[in-house]
Design a protein around this ligand. Structure first.
Ligand SMILES: Nc1nc2c(ncn2[C@@H]2O[C@H](COP(=O)(O)OP(=O)(O)OP(=O)(O)O)[C@@H](O)[C@H]2O)c(=O)[nH]1
Ligand SMILES: [Mg+2]
Ligand SMILES: [Zn+2]
Length: 393
């Protein structure tokens, strides 16, 4: 065997071993069915075009199927189609060059040869939305966490201290920049108690506005006085309490994703919605209250009488790079004023003729809302300067 041939054989054997250790699709429950997911008209059109390209290239067209990526295990996709679910590899064309990795939620044109267990992804169809965050430093890249998602549920854990509203604000900017709707789940309400829940709802409203959709949850809440107090504190402020409130955010036809740091309680919440322990959960470290990155696969689960949610591994960092549009969508009142400042590059800190500061009081965003905006805006200005000019943001 030539050196090259040997290297190829080693690669093939490794690939086989890697896919062997993946969970068999037959044992995976709660994967959505094809009917629960719907491609947009544009994606159907793109699929038809991909089929005619394959036809003119002379390949067997009857092997082509429209599918949705419902799981990624260590990068290996599982694809659901009208005719069933299968694991798939990538066509060589896709693995070469500037290959944009497939994400959960992607619609694809796949090939399913009769004689093979494995399918082949021929094309990734254009995305309707793209939940992406920046990964790496100044030479980093955008990483798509999920594609074609309608709603992002940011899960933020509560504690006896005030909620980390700057993290929620940062998540909100990224979500709105990606073209998805936003809702916030405040988990672990038992740790905050009724007074803490009231304090945290008020803080988030002050920073992110009254329209912010929120649900307060408490895993395994007993029907006792403590739960009643937390429920009253939430509902009294117009915020729903419990898993039912989260379920209501994801009716049939909606595809959502849970996003939050490790240990926030994302998988615990999804298990409660599924009514069974489908997803693995893990304890947080006592010393710093951080999770241990229990979830490693990205996967969709289908809610009983509801839509579909993607469980995600916890995110360590959410750098803000190039999300100016998201900032303007989350803080439209402040961004509107910023356009009226005397200097186009006004930092709204010390400049004369600053419309943002001049109207802060009468437009009602003075205080923590303005502080949050200013610190996110500053971070984006600084990160833009640090990015390698050759990197496409
Ligand atoms: N006190 C309390 N603990 C909770 C609650 N919800 C989840 N937890 C605990 O928090 C820990 C982390 O929960 P997970 O559901 O694994 O967290 P995750 O967000 O999925 O974490 P990763 O998969 O690592 O991203 C587990 O020990 C849960 O039992 C809650 O409402 N109250
Ligand atoms: Mg998890
Ligand atoms: Zn200004």
């Amino acid at each position: 065997m030539t050196k090259k041939g040997k290297a190829r054989r080693v690669r093939e054997m490794r690939a086989i071993r890697a896919t062997d250790s993946l969970p068999a699709l037959s044992v995976l429950t709660d994967l959505p069915s094809f009917d629960e997911l719907s491609p947009s008209d544009g994606q159907r059109q793109a699929y038809a075009e991909a089929c005619s390209r394959a036809e003119s290239a002379g390949g067997p067209v009857d092997e082509l199927v429209l599918g949705c990526v419902v799981r990624l295990d260590r990068g290996y996709p599982a694809v659901v189609t009208d005719g069933g679910t299968f694991r798939a590899e990538f066509a060589t064309r896709l693995t070469k060059g500037d290959f944009n990795r497939v994400a959960v939620g992607d619609w694809v044109c796949a090939r399913r040869p009769q004689s093979h267990e494995m399918g082949l992804i021929e094309e990734i169809l254009p995305r309707e939305s793209d939940i992406a965050r920046w990964r790496g430093s100044n030479r980093g890249e955008r990483q798509t966490l999920a594609a074609n998602v309608d709603l992002v549920i940011v899960v933020q854990q509560l504690s006896d201290r005030e909620v980390d509203f700057s993290r929620v604000a940062r998540s909100a900017v990224i979500v709105r920049d990606c073209g998805a709707e936003l809702a916030v789940v405040l988990s672990k309400a038992d740790r905050a108690g009724a007074d803490g829940v009231a304090r945290d709802i008020d803080a988030l409203r002050e920073v992110l506005g009254d329209d912010l959709r929120m649900v307060v949850t408490m895993a395994g809440a007993a029907e006792d006085a403590e739960t009643d107090d937390v429920r009253r504190a939430s509902e009294g402020r117009g915020v729903s309490f419990g898993e039912a409130g989260v379920h209501a955010l994801v009716p049939p036809g909606v595809v959502a994703i849970v996003l939050g740091e490790s240990g926030a309680g994302k998988s615990t919440l999804l298990n409660a919605l599924l009514g069974r322990d489908v997803l693995e959960t893990g304890a947080v470290r006592e010393s710093d209250d951080k999770g241990r990155h229990t979830t490693v696969a990205r996967r969709m689960v289908s809610l009983p009488d509801g839509g579909v949610i993607v469980d995600e591994p916890g995110l360590r960092s959410l750098p803000l790079i190039g999300h100016e549009r998201g900032l303007a969508l989350v803080f439209p009142d402040i961004a509107g004023q910023a356009a009226l400042c005397r200097f186009r590059n006004c930092t709204h800190t010390h400049e004369p003729g600053c419309a943002v500061n001049e109207h802060a009081d009468n437009l009602g965003y003075a205080g923590r809302r303005l502080d949050a905006y200013l610190s996110l805006a500053r971070e984006m200005r600084e990160s833009r300067q640090l990015i390698d000019p050759d990197v496409v943001i």
